[in-house]
Design a binder for this molecule. Structure first.
Ligand code: B16
Ligand code: MG
Length: 219
């Protein structure tokens, strides 16, 4: 195991709730409509623009390009505001220890998040300097479930994807990892059963558990 590729929202910090709350408020304000809980999974790991497309499709609403852009920006402004109070205390259980242990074993660490806010969030969590690389989602051709962001993250740490494990909390993200050829590790429910290995909570993501998964599945 030479590299570990991390998703951000839902793996390192529980920012997924702020994303969906921002979408809900936006939809309420502009269209006086409610979004069902079931739509949250469909926007997880999915880029800002693709999330907005999923939501507008659900509402059967079409908007001009200009409105689309404005809605997307308004959601981001609200989301970034919600991140204001984020601190080290918002790192999900077990993640700081895992990062520490991976580094101790000379495993390189890269961020493979769809979020353009990745660097800001890592800084707020005090984790920015722990990462060897952050893949830029704006520079990849296609978002999750396409493998591009995981391929870019592996390349940024100069490790072959099949020498990496990658950790995700979204359906689209696990598909992206599998497509990239890294070993997929899920944190979350049964909807993530297409991962090589699934854990219910981040506190189960110990170095030992990750290493055991690596031993079992790499070739
Ligand atoms: P932003 P991840 C993803 O992050 C979120 O899961 C998804 O809900 C969000 O739409 C996407 O980032 C884009 O985020 O609007 O901040 O650029 O799970 O890939 O770390
Ligand atoms: Mg995620």
């Amino acid at each position: 195991m030479k590299g570990a590729l991390f998703d951000l929202d839902g793996v390192i910090a529980n920012t997924a709730i702020y994303h969906f709350a921002a979408w809900r408020n936006l939809v309420k304000k502009h269209f006086n409509a409610e979004l069902p809980d079931s739509l949250e999974e469909k926007t997880k790991g999915v880029s800002r623009e693709d999330s907005l497309r999923v939501i507008l499709d659900y509402l059967h609403i079409t908007v001009s390009d200009k409105e689309f852009q404005a809605l997307s920006e308004e959601k981001n402004t609200a989301y970034v505001q919600a991140l204001d109070h984020l601190t080290k205390a918002d790192i999900l259980p077990g993640i700081s220890q895992l990062i520490h242990d991976l580094k101790k074993h000379h495993v390189k660490i890269a961020l493979a998040s769809a979020s353009q806010n990745g660097p800001i969030i890592l800084k707020k969590l005090g984790l920015f300097d722990e990462f060897d690389a952050i893949a830029n989602p704006q520079l990849v051709h296609a978002g999750k479930p396409a493998p591009d962001i995981f391929l870019a993250a592996a390349k940024a740490i100069d490790v072959e994807p099949n020498d990496c494990v990658a950790i995700e909390d979204s359906v689209a993200g696990i598909s992206a990892i599998n497509e990239a050829g890294a070993i997929s590790i899920a944190v979350g429910g049964l909807e993530l059963s297409h991962a090589k290995k699934r854990f219910n909570n981040t506190n189960e993501l110990t170095y030992e558990a990750i290493e055991a998964t690596w031993q079992q599945y790499h070739h």
